[in-house]
Design a protein around this ligand. Structure first.
Ligand code: G3H
Ligand code: 13P
Ligand code: ZN
Length: 314
């Protein structure tokens, strides 16, 4: 068991009709909670690193923590660049030892996205690294990009085939109604499963059988975390995510990676708030960070069992 690439993980996940969770990291407690959950559930894991997380923690600390997690738990963990915005960051992360990266050119026009993605693919493949790219635009907030719902565009199935063929990517992130952040739907939650099915069929017809699809913006915005946050002084009115059964359905289809970050942020905030409210004289960070770590582990174990279906996959 080791620090691995995502390629083999996805091949197994497609066959087994489950998905691997990408959980984003940025500090010690979150890394430990995710790794311990993977160990307890005997599941492979992907730890996602955004460019803001890289800035916050630094590549040496992040890689050091992930390596320590692999050593402590003995499970397969892939470390993956999340939403790499340009060639430079893709190159830098490959230099830090990432075996999996995402180049996100989804905000460019189609031809520009193809061109920039291809450049990143060639570099990644020359270095033995697998690479994900995105087609279609998700609504929501990620890093410095804030996409209003009316500017979101679902992935076009024919374009998806052309994009995969021309770029040579290893996995494709698509837009079918998910979005980043804690406010995903104003009304009823809805995902375009027909579009997912069509994309998969068209890829298959083009000779791209079992091609891994990725779902970003896939936090359930767990009601319990929102409730605890709000109970202890938070203000998260109207927070709403993707229902668990929809995510499970996607995982049983061609979706091999499901990205979750918001649910971990909410879990951490909820249990830090709770601990401090219940222990007003506490000031040892290990108290409130430890409480948050325990709860995040529970959340990740729940995702592995109920959303991803990846328990006992190692
Ligand atoms: O997809 C976006 C992730 O949630 C990353 O967020 O850039 O604030 O770390 P961040
Ligand atoms: P959420 O905001 O739904 O957790 O999505 C995270 C994500 O897509 C990271 O790439
Ligand atoms: Zn994302």
């Amino acid at each position: 068991m080791a620090l691995v690439s995502t390629k083999e993980m996805f091949a197994k996940a497609f066959e087994g009709k489950y998905a691997i969770g990408q959980f984003n990291i940025g500090n010690l407690e979150v890394v430990q909670a995710i790794a311990r959950a993977g160990k307890a559930q005997n599941s492979a894991l992907i730890m996602g690193v955004s460019s803001s997380a890289l800035k916050y923690a630094g590549p040496q600390f992040l890689m050091g923590m992930v390596k320590a997690a692999v050593e402590e738990t003995g499970i397969d963990i892939a470390v993956h660049l999340d939403h790499g915005a340009d060639f430079e960051i893709v190159k830098a992360c490959i230099g830090y030892g990432f075996k999996s990266v995402m180049f996100d050119g989804s905000h460019y026009g189609y031809e520009e996205n193809v061109k920039k993605t291809k450049e990143a693919v060639d570099y990644a493949h020359a270095n033995g690294v697998s690479i994900e790219a995105e087609l279609g635009v998700l609504a929501g907030v990620e890093d410095d990009v804030n996409v209003a719902a009316e500017h979101a565009t679902y992935t076009d199935p024919d374009q998806a085939v052309d994009f995969v063929q021309r770029t040579g990517i290893d996995s494709l992130a698509i837009a079918i109604g998910t979005s980043h952040g804690a406010y995903k739907f104003k009304g009823e939650a809805k995902l375009d499963f027909d579009r997912l099915e069509t994309i998969t069929k068209k890829l298959e017809a083009a000779g791209l059988k079992n091609f891994p699809i990725v779902l970003h913006g896939a936090s359930a915005v767990d009601p319990h975390s929102v409730e605890v946050c709000n109970k202890y002084g938070g203000k998260l009115d109207g927070a709403k995510g993707i229902p668990t059964e929809m995510l499970r359905k996607a995982a049983s289809m061609a979706v091999c990676k499901i990205n979750m970050d918001t649910d971990l942020r909410l879990a951490m905030t909820a249990y830090i708030r709770k601990h401090l409210a219940e222990n007003p004289s506490a000031f040892d960070p290990r108290g409130y960070m430890g409480a948050a770590r325990e709860y995040i582990q529970q959340v990740v174990e729940g995702k592995i069992k109920d959303v991803l279906g990846s328990a006992n996959s190692l």
